[in-house]
Design a protein around this ligand. Structure first.
Ligand code: B1M
Length: 210
């Protein structure tokens, strides 16, 4: 069943993916497993083929659409369990970067934990995160990056928060496929997490401690 989801996602069959995800849910497969072994697994195959020039941007875009439709089915389930917290977070994909699937998953998981999430979308300038955190009173700034060329801009978010005098009031969380704990330490951000579920857990911990 999970392979079937992955294969149809790779073909960009969004409606079928949505239906198969619902069937997997009805069959009692845990939502996290459907996400990781069905949807994300399929997206990883597409990523590999994209790198090898076996598929191109249009195919990747239809696969991304299928991924989003499948994830929508899982949204209420992924967020149903665990601790609920209150807190406010702003999130966006860093400047120059249009990848938003991972960012949307992080948002989904955080909302499920009770956090209020201000979604800045993609291609977000460092100053915009900081301005939003000030104006909307956010405890956390969350930055996602999928490109090795855009991830250094996350360091500019840290610098912009320092320049605006809010560095001690706001935590900066980073993530995305090329990002690592080593990179986090290098730019002076507060938290790196490898996936959406652990990002939501980390945000809850921060907000509980606020
Ligand atoms: Co792009 N792309 N892409 N792409 N694309 C990658 C990232 C790439 C690795 C593909 C490859 O070569 N194998 C490669 C980057 C290489 C590099 O930088 N070293 C690449 C490239 C090169 C490009 C273009 C430059 C291609 C071109 O035009 N020549 C171009 C750049 C456009 C731009 O951004 N300016 C481009 C364009 C696109 C599309 C628009 C076609 C599409 C994006 C559609 C969209 O997002 N709406 C796309 C896609 C879909 C991909 C791949 C195939 C899949 C990415 C994805 O959504 N994965 C990707 C290959 C791959 O990753 N295997 C690829 C699934 C998603 C759930 O994972 O986002 O990593 P991810 O999120 C994870 C974790 O990283 C984490 O949580 C999620 C899991 O739970 N996470 C966080 C994410 N953010 C977090 C934040 C956190 C914590 C955790 O805290 C705040």
């Amino acid at each position: 069943m999970l392979n079937n989801i992955s294969e149809n996602l790779q073909k960009g069959k969004a409606k079928i993916v949505k239906q198969l995800v619902q069937e997997a849910v009805d069959a009692g497969i845990p939502a996290q497993e459907i996400l990781e072994k069905g949807l994300i697994a399929g997206m990883n195959v597409i990523g590999e083929k994209f790198r090898n020039n076996e598929v191109f941007v249009p195919e990747v875009l239809v696969a991304a659409r299928a991924m989003n439709m499948g994830a929508q089915v899982l949204k209420p389930l992924l967020s149903a369990d665990g601790v609920k917290a209150s807190g406010k977070v702003c999130i966006g994909t860093i400047q120059g970067d249009l990848h938003d699937i991972g960012k949307n998953l992080v948002k989904m998981m955080m909302e499920g934990k009770g956090l209020e999430v201000v979604d800045l979308g993609t291609d977000v300038a460092p100053e915009t995160y900081v301005q939003t955190a000030i104006e909307q009173n956010c405890q956390i700034i969350c930055c996602s990056a999928l490109l090795t060329t855009t991830m250094p801009l996350m360091g500019e978010v840290v610098k912009a928060a320092e320049a605006a005098g809010i560095r001690d009031k706001v935590k900066i969380m980073i993530g995305g496929a090329p990002v690592s704990e080593e990179f986090r330490a290098q730019i002076g951000a507060d938290v790196y997490t490898p996936d959406a579920a652990s990002a939501a857990d980390a945000a809850v911990k921060i907000c509980v401690g606020c």
